[in-house]
Design a protein around this ligand. Structure first.
Ligand SMILES: O=C(O)[C@H](CS(=O)(=O)O)OP(=O)(O)O
Ligand code: MG
Length: 239
């Protein structure tokens, strides 16, 4: 099995994702938020790039099912129901609702990855469920780390490294030097994610903005057993 890895959204191009199973990761925090919303019975998550696009979807829809979520500079957007904290999408707050989500890095990356064979959403929260699905399908994989502001971000790389490490325990894989590097990174720090990430830009920015509980939450592994998949404009749980 061939596993390609992209360090940030800037590396995505149609040639590299063509006919591949693509996995998008944005641990802090967009894919953790999407997984949490769907695990808490949101009907779907609709990723969009722009704030105005999100507002328009809500204005245009008739059934009153839409909730708006997202951030700019890590803060909730004016007039939106939720920010990008996964902890806001729990209990019955999103049950049976469609959530339109716009974030700085994650939703932009998801949109950039449309065009592969399948597009899955991964985070530490559902990592094993996604791995099991990838192995079941057996196709070549492209892991896309969203990154932060177009740059490599260690939180996403660590999760990608976990995917590579666990698949490598079960199957022969071929990956890139970046792939082998982040596999080793994960294996060296698998018991100390916070220690590894504490000096990193994205982790520090969220901490400085008071999102310490989000950091703790997003760095837990396998609390959900769902595989979100993007199809025709929205993300739903794969049945
Ligand atoms: O809300 C987040 O965690 C980030 C925003 S920022 O990079 O911290 O400003 O967005 P995401 O798209 O989830 O990386
Ligand atoms: Mg991020």
């Amino acid at each position: 099995m061939n596993i390609d890895v992209m360090a940030s959204v800037k590396e995505v191009n149609s040639h590299r994702i063509f006919k591949k199973n693509v996995v998008v990761i944005d641990v802090l925090r967009a894919t953790s938020t999407i997984v949490t919303a769907l695990a808490n019975n949101a009907f779907s998550v609709i990723p969009v790039e722009h704030i105005e696009e999100a507002r328009k979807i809500r204005e245009d829809e008739k059934e009153g099912m839409i909730l708006l979520g997202g951030e700019r500079e890590a803060k909730i957007i004016d007039g939106f129901h939720f920010g990008n904290s996964p902890l806001s999408y729990m209990e019955d707050k999103v049950k049976d609702r469609k959530v339109v989500l716009t974030t700085t890095n994650g939703t932009r990356t998801i949109k950039a990855c449309i065009g592969g064979e399948n597009l899955y959403i991964a985070s530490f929260l559902n990592v094993t469920a996604v791995i099991e699905k990838l192995i079941e399908y057996g196709k070549d994989i492209v892991i896309v780390c969203s990154g932060t502001d177009g740059q490599y971000s260690m939180d996403d790389a660590l999760c990608a490294g976990m995917i590579i490490s666990l698949i490598n325990n079960m199957k022969n894989i071929i990956t890139t030097d970046l792939g082998w590097t982040i596999k080793e990174l994960y294996e060296a720090y698998k018991y100390d994610f916070h220690g590894l990430l504490k000096n990193c830009r994205h982790y520090k920015r969220l901490k400085e903005n008071g999102f310490e509980e989000d950091l703790k939450y997003c760095l837990q592994t396998d609390i959900y057993d769902i595989v979100p998949i993007y199809r025709e404009g929205s993300i739903q749980v794969l049945k």
